[in-house]
Each structure stands twice: as structure tokens, then as C-alpha cells.
Design a protein around this ligand. Structure first.
Ligand code: ADP
Ligand code: MG
Ligand code: MG
Length: 246
């Protein structure tokens, strides 16, 4: 589904990704762990096509398509979803407006009919319930006045509605209390644990991986993957730290 080969990327003038390679197949859940400043968020932003993140070498294909040649909205329409480490607030735009526009724009780009208002509300209710999010919150402006944990849950409501093929989730577990962590973990499983989908979880903590069991764990350090293994690698990291393991 996603094949990244020898990816080099710069932010501003600074080289951050330095030869990163990673392959993710349909049905797989991968976790990326690594010290602060390793380039984890840079990887997510580069794959999402955020302006200012420039690829200088290497390739990334998504379902065989050259991902890096696509505009950010085309990447989204192709089925790529980014859950942000720091979700942005959008004053003046309600969650429901934002999600309906996003979903229907993506459907249009894929040549599908837009959902009617009634169909959309039904879908939004279902996904809000899955994440135990009150529909009243979805009527409020995007993330404005939401707590850190509510923002992360809201990201997962968005993911449920958009129903992507591949989700890159950047520290979705940070800022969550124990109950919210469970809700988010179960939400990720319900939405994404399907044979035709895949997930890349960026996280510092085993506690998320106890809920969303990864098939593969990778250590990102110095802009490349320095070690890969199974779920046991996360436990080893938790015990010994990055320096000993990577
Ligand atoms: P991680 O998510 O692994 O903690 P990031 O991808 O956020 O790391 O950052 C990787 C490195 O890139 C850090 O050293 C950070 O300071 C640097 N960096 C991030 N954004 C910028 C920027 N806009 N300009 C210059 N350097 C940046
Ligand atoms: Mg960080
Ligand atoms: Mg980060």
C-alpha cells in the first residue's frame, strides 16, 4: 500500500529525513517510535504534502501511484489520512460543516456522489457515538475550546467519517486520560483494523500499543529507520530506552 524508499526531506534549509525506507501492506499496523526531534512528525507531514517540507531524494508510492507528485487534497482523496500531533483550531467553521465539505470534496475527486445532509448526519452520529463524542460538540467550531484529549478524540471522529485507506496518526495518544485512551484505541481498531486498510502509529507509549496491537515496530532516529521488529521491540524500548536499543 505504501512504499517509501530512501526518502530525504528538508524543512527550511535543514535536512531532517535522511534515507528513510518503509513498506506498509494492506491489513498491517505499524508503530514508529523514536526520540524527540527524530523526524517522526516530519515524516507524517512530508507524506501528507505539507508546504515547506521538501523532498530532495527518494520516493513514496501509495497503491502504486507516485504519492509525492500529488497535491495534498489528491493524497487525501486517494485515501491518506493524517491525524495531527497538534490539531488546529478553525474558528467560525463547525465540525459538521468542515467534515461534510471534506468528505464530499473527496468523494467528488473520486467520482462518487456527495452524501445528502441526512445521510451525512447519520454517518456523523454513528462515528461520534463510536468515540463517545457528544453531537453538540460537533456543532461547535473545529477544536475551538476543546481540551487536548477532546481534540484527539475529534481527530478520530474525522477519521471515522472520512474512512481512509491509510491513517498516519501522530501521537494521537498524547494528552489522553486513561478512559479517553481506551476509547481512542478501540476507535482506531473499529475504524481501521480491516484487511484493506493500514495504520502507521507514531507514539512514545506502550499503553496505546496494548490497545492497538502493532504487527511491526520501527525506531526512527536521525531521520531514518534504524531498527525494526515485532511488538516485542516496543517493550524492549520501554525497558531500555532508545539509546540502548537503536
Ligand atoms: P519528532 O516528531 O520526531 O519529535 P519533528 O519531525 O517534529 O520530530 O522534528 C524533527 C527535527 O526537525 C527537529 O530537530 C526540529 O527542530 C526540526 N524542525 C521541525 N520543524 C522545523 C522547521 N519548520 N524549521 C526547521 N527545523 C524544523
Ligand atoms: Mg515530538
Ligand atoms: Mg512529533
Amino acid at each position: 500500500m505504501l512504499k517509501i524508499e530512501n526518502l530525504h526531506a528538508t524543512v527550511g534549509e535543514t535536512a531532517i529525513l535522511k534515507g528513510l525506507s518503509l513498506t506498509i501492506n494492506a491489513g498491517e499496523i505499524h508503530a514508529i517510535m523514536g526520540p524527540n526531534g527524530a523526524g517522526k512528525s516530519t515524516l507524517a507531514y512530508t507524506l501528507g504534502g505539507r508546504p515547506g517540507y521538501e523532498v530532495t531524494e527518494g520516493s513514496a508510492t501509495f497503491d502504486g501511484q507516485d504519492l509525492l507528485a500529488l497535491e495534498p487534497y489528491e493524497r487525501a482523496a486517494a485515501g491518506l489520512f493524517l491525524g495531527f500531533q497538534y490539531p488546529v483550531e478553525i474558528p467560525g467553521v463547525s465540525n459538521l460543516q468542515f467534515l461534510r465539505e471534506s468528505l464530499n470534496a473527496q468523494r467528488k475527486a473520486r467520482g462518487e456522489e456527495p452524501l445528502s445532509g441526512a445521510e451525512f448526519i447519520k454517518l456523523a452520529r454513528e462515528k461520534a457515538a463510536l468515540l463517545r463524542m457528544d453531537m453538540e460538540m460537533l456543532k461547535r467550531p473545529v477544536n475551538v475550546g476543546f481540551s487536548g484529549g477532546e481534540k484527539k478524540r475529534n481527530e478520530m471522529v474525522q477519521m471515522g467519517i472520512i474512512d481512509p485507506k491509510l491513517a498516519l496518526l501522530d501521537e494521537t495518544d498524547s494528552g489522553l486520560d486513561i478512559d479517553a485512551l481506551r476509547i481512542v484505541g478501540e476507535g482506531i481498531n473499529a475504524i481501521m483494523r480491516k484487511g484493506d486498510k493500514a495504520v502507521l502509529l507514531i507514539t512514545h507509549y506502550q499503553r496505546l500499543l496494548d490497545l492497538v496491537k502493532p504487527d511491526f515496530v520501527h525506531v526512527l532516529a536521525g531521520g531514518r529507520i534504524v531498527r525494526s521488529g515485532g511488538p516485542e521491540l516496543a517493550l524492549e524500548l520501554e525497558e531500555q530506552g532508545y539509546e540502548a536499543v537503536a
